[in-house]
Design a protein around this ligand. Structure first.
Ligand code: CAA
Length: 291
């Protein structure tokens, strides 16, 4: 199956990055959100991130203009129905995703492949609520999407080979590399990454180190590009907590118990960079630890 057009649902952190790389690779993109402000912000951010790539000679100014021209935005979900491949990148809540698929289904052409960028929710369960579980799979990008090389591809129990091959080809066309993961809670990257981040929060909670010493230790001691608390703020503390809960519920093992301090930050609405406060306060010139 030849994929030419892509529908992206959700214009947030992941959705705008997905629209960016798809358009740059030559796909026609229809980007959907429920908020016009989010769509406007996403297009502005894509322009800014493309500029960054132009200024570092990664792409030409012409490639930037062509990519922007390939992105259309819409508030109307049914308009995505005629695209060849849909990637849902809405809020990481199963009820939200299920409602989106329910609204979308009557408008889909029979051949459209349906995917979700979910970082942890069961692909098989999401697929079972659609009319095409064999044409449904997980298409999981990493943040920041234009920079990160990996895409996790997750087959649900019913996903057919044609669908997997079509998605695999799209990943290759993006110049990215796919890793195939089975459909178990949080797949591969987050199954390993989130317990590490959660352990870093426990290390802070128990007073073993402060925010700076924990991040410095992992940056300089393990060569991670970002410390785990800095990375948690970058991903979003609500997303980190949601993934830990999926691991805890789905695998029923106390080793995945979310740290109470992580829960506390989320309760406070300190969700990291997106709310300007998390383990660091981003409201000033340079980030300052909040503990
Ligand atoms: N769009 C385009 N280019 C971007 C960009 C964006 N949004 N963000 C950064 N870049 C580019 C920069 O232009 C720069 O390009 P060059 O190499 O050509 O100079 C490069 O990326 C590095 O950026 P910076 O110099 O600004 O900053 P940095 O060196 O500190 O790197 C980083 C930033 C790439 C984010 C790096 O800190 C990093 O790799 N951090 C870890 C990220 C990570 O682990 N992501 C996975 C999160 S887990 C996940 O996403 C899964 C999930 O489901 C939760």
């Amino acid at each position: 199956m030849d994929i030419k057009s892509i529908g992206v649902i959700g214009a947030g952190q992941m959705g705008n990055g997905i629209a960016h790389v798809m358009a740059l690779a030559g796909y026609d993109v229809m980007l959907n959100d429920i908020s016009q402000d989010s769509l406007n912000n996403a297009v502005a951010l894509i322009g800014k991130n493309l500029d960054r790539q132009v200024s570092r000679n990664k792409i030409t100014a012409e490639a930037k203009a062509d990519a922007l021209a390939r992105i259309k935005t819409t508030l109307q979900l049914p308009e995505l129905g005629q695209t060849d491949l849909i990637i849902e990148a809405a809020t990481e809540r199963e009820t939200v995703k299920a409602a989106i698929f329910e609204d979308l289904l009557p408008h889909l052409k029979p051949t459209t492949i349906l995917t979700s960028n979910t970082s942890s929710i069961s692909i098989t369960r999401l697929a079972s609520r659609t009319d095409r579980p064999e044409k449904f799979m997980g298409f999981h990008f990493m943040n920041p999407v234009p920079v990160m090389q990996l895409v996790e591809l997750i087959r649900g129990i019913a996903t057919d080979e044609e669908t997997f091959a079509a998605c695999h080809k799209v990943v290759a066309n993006l110049g990215k590399t796919a890793a195939s993961a089975e459909d178990f809670p949080a797949f591969i990257v987050n199954r390993i990454l989130m317990p590490m981040i959660n352990e870093a929060v426990y290390t802070l909670y128990e007073g073993v180190g402060n925010v700076e010493s924990i991040d410095r230790s992992m940056r300089l001691g393990a060569n991670h590009p970002m410390g785990p608390l800095e990375l948690a703020d970058f991903i979003g503390l609500d997303t980190c907590l949601a993934i830990m809960n999926v691991l805890h519920d789905g695998l029923a093992d106390t080793k995945y118990r979310p740290c109470p301090l992580l829960t506390k930050y989320v309760e406070a609405g300190w969700l990291g960079r997106k709310t300007q406060r998390g383990f660091y306060d981003y409201r000033g010139e340079t980030p300052v630890p909040t503990r």
